[in-house]
Design a protein around this ligand. Structure first.
Ligand code: SF4
Ligand code: SF4
Length: 175
């Protein structure tokens, strides 16, 4: 339910995993004409409900992080739901379980701050808009808000990601 993006294909074989950021105010859900995407009381934004999704791809176009994927074979949007089948019974998401370097981490934010030198950041600025998320990205210690400029991705895909030190972590308020 996650996918990999290349960082800069001409310079490196490096990839970055793309997980749902579980936005506090998820635009994917607000643009869905079928109310197929639900956010639960723990802030997890679920994947689309099969019985509702009409495969319009509004969510695919609206998500600022490029997360939802339209799957034509089933005519439905699918995305990371933080492995709800696992996390709802106290297990870690599968990606965090298999990551050999713990680049993907699932656990309390306080524990993360203790074990990593970088700072977990969950505020992202897209031009005038600030998006707050449940998922954190590790960044340089002085970073409080991470800026995204789509034009930078278009002119040099590697630059933006090079500003990041590592990839996603989850804040698990209930761990
Ligand atoms: S990252 Fe995208 S798919 Fe995930 S909750 Fe936010 S808007 Fe929705
Ligand atoms: S693809 Fe499905 S989940 Fe996404 S906006 Fe359209 S109906 Fe909603």
């Amino acid at each position: 339910m996650i996918h990999l993006e290349v960082i800069d294909r001409t310079a490196s074989t490096q990839t970055g995993p793309v997980v749902c950021m579980h936005c506090e105010d998820p635009v994917c859900a607000s643009v869905c004409p079928a109310e197929a995407i639900k956010q639960d009381e723990d802030g997890i934004v679920h994947s689309s409900m099969k019985s509702r999704c009409i495969g319009c791809s509004n969510c695919v176009l609206a998500c600022p992080f490029g997360v939802p994927q339209y799957v034509a074979s089933i005519d439905q949007m699918m995305k990371c739901d933080m492995c709800f089948d696992r996390t709802s019974v106290g297990k870690r998401p599968m990606c965090a379980t298999v990551c050999p370097s713990q680049a993907l981490y699932f656990g309390p934010r306080a524990e993360l701050e203790r074990i990593r030198p970088e700072r977990p950041v969950n505020e992202f600025r897209f031009s005038q808009q600030i998006v707050k998320t449940k998922v954190n990205v590790m960044a340089l210690p002085e970073t409080t808000v991470m800026d995204f400029d789509v034009r930078r991705f278009m002119s040099g895909a590697g630059e933006q990601m090079n500003d990041l030190i590592q990839l996603s972590v989850w804040e698990n308020d209930h761990a």
